[in-house]
Design a protein around this ligand. Structure first.
Ligand code: HEM
Length: 340
């Protein structure tokens, strides 16, 4: 049994080290020699901020997604500037920048010029999931920071009003499968949204004078109470009804039951293949990484949400990473909000 566990653990580690959608060059333990405390500093910083504000993990997870989908996971979303990615409308409401800045300052004080902001953000997203009772995994590291950040590039971000076919295309362009799409959207098991992103579904959807029919009648009632018709759209509503700070499978159960808040989340049920994955992962317990794999192998069924989410996160975290020292577009930023 012990031997079997070791073999499976080794398989997971090897998979994490090699898996990527675009790059084979990041690796687990990249800073083990050059800056040994880097990973623990990020974890401790995220933990401290989470203790002060329970909504921080969701903010960091979203920040990493928005970084990776624009110019790859290169920390470009962190850069300040009048035309930087940050100012694009799709990036309004992004939070958690101060957590990354603090971790970076602490790491720079110990190992200057070694650890990229892009890696710190990837590590922070992992810690965010773990601190929300989600899965734990080692993040392959070694990203360089980008030097370009343009609001114009943000236009390809998936939007909550995109049809499912467009969302599938946008994920496919990043090397992410339909299963990855469903799993990664499962990040909405934590966090909140402004009413402004979905209240068009509540009162006069597509000029019908009714609510979006894909929303259950109970969800309509609940969400109308949270987002009154004469409100200013700024009320915050949990994306995962019932457990917005716990990383669990209830988000998928909610989507399956017509309780998704965002139209894009509900639209996962309107496509037969994505709906299959919503049902599959909604039916399983969260589970640890080993538990999920054992369940997958011994039980003959699919692995549970936690480990599968971790695998998709490793793929997303490797989108178009810059790893070559000769890459003119890459550097180790001294301060995450500006290029050197
Ligand atoms: C179809 C793709 C997606 C769309 C259209 C989408 C859209 C949105 C929107 C509109 C919000 C609310 C923002 C706000 O009001 O502050 C949100 C929040 C969030 N998103 Fe997504 N998202 C998508 C995929 C993802 C992915 C892949 C991840 C991470 C892996 C993610 C993580 C989050 C998290 C954690 C929040 C909560 C943020 C907070 O509480 O501050 N999303 N998303």
């Amino acid at each position: 049994m012990l031997m079997m566990r070791r073999v499976m653990l080794l398989t997971v580690v090897m998979w994490c080290m090699s898996s990527s959608s675009r790059s084979m060059a990041t690796r687990v333990g990249f800073y083990d020699r050059s800056c040994p405390p880097a990973e623990s500093i990020v974890k401790a910083t995220v933990r401290a901020h989470t203790q002060a504000d329970i909504t921080i993990p969701a903010a960091l997870l979203r920040l990493h997604f928005h970084d990776c989908f624009v110019r790859g996971c290169d920390g470009s979303v962190l850069i300040d500037g009048p035309n930087a990615e940050k100012v694009a409308s799709a990036n309004q409401g992004l939070r958690g920048f101060e957590v990354i800045d603090e971790a970076k300052a602490k790491i720079e004080a110990m190992c200057p010029g070694i650890v990229s902001c892009a890696d710190i953000l990837a590590l922070a997203a992992q810690s965010a999931v773990e601190l929300s009772n989600g899965p734990s995994w080692r993040v392959p590291l070694g990203r360089l920071d980008g030097t370009i950040s343009s609001a114009f590039d943000v236009s390809n971000m998936p939007s909550p009003t995109d049809p499912i076919i467009v969302i599938k295309e946008k994920f496919d362009e990043k090397g992410l499968s339909e299963e990855d799409l469903v799993l990664l959207t499962g990040a909405h098991t934590i966090g909140q949204t402004d009413c402004g992103f979905f209240e068009y579904r509540l009162y006069n959807f597509q000029e019908t004078g009714e609510a979006d029919p894909s929303m259950s009648t109970q969800a309509q009632t609940e969400l109308r109470n949270l987002c009154p018709v004469n409100g200013d759209g700024s009320n915050r509503v949990a994306l995962d009804r019932g457990s917005p700070t716990t990383f669990d499978t209830s988000f998928f159960k909610n989507v399956n039951g017509g309780f998704a808040v965002l139209e894009s989340d509900q639209s996962l049920m309107s496509d037969s293949s994505t709906a299959l994955y919503v049902r599959r992962y909604g039916g399983k317990k969260n589970g640890g990484i080993i538990g999920g794999i054992i369940g997958g192998i011994l039980g003959g069924g699919s692995p549970s949400f936690g480990p599968a989410f971790a695998r998709s996160m490793v793929k997303m975290s490797n989108i178009d990473v810059k790893v070559d020292d000769n890459d003119d577009n890459g550097e180790i930023r001294r301060v995450c909000s500006r290029v050197n």
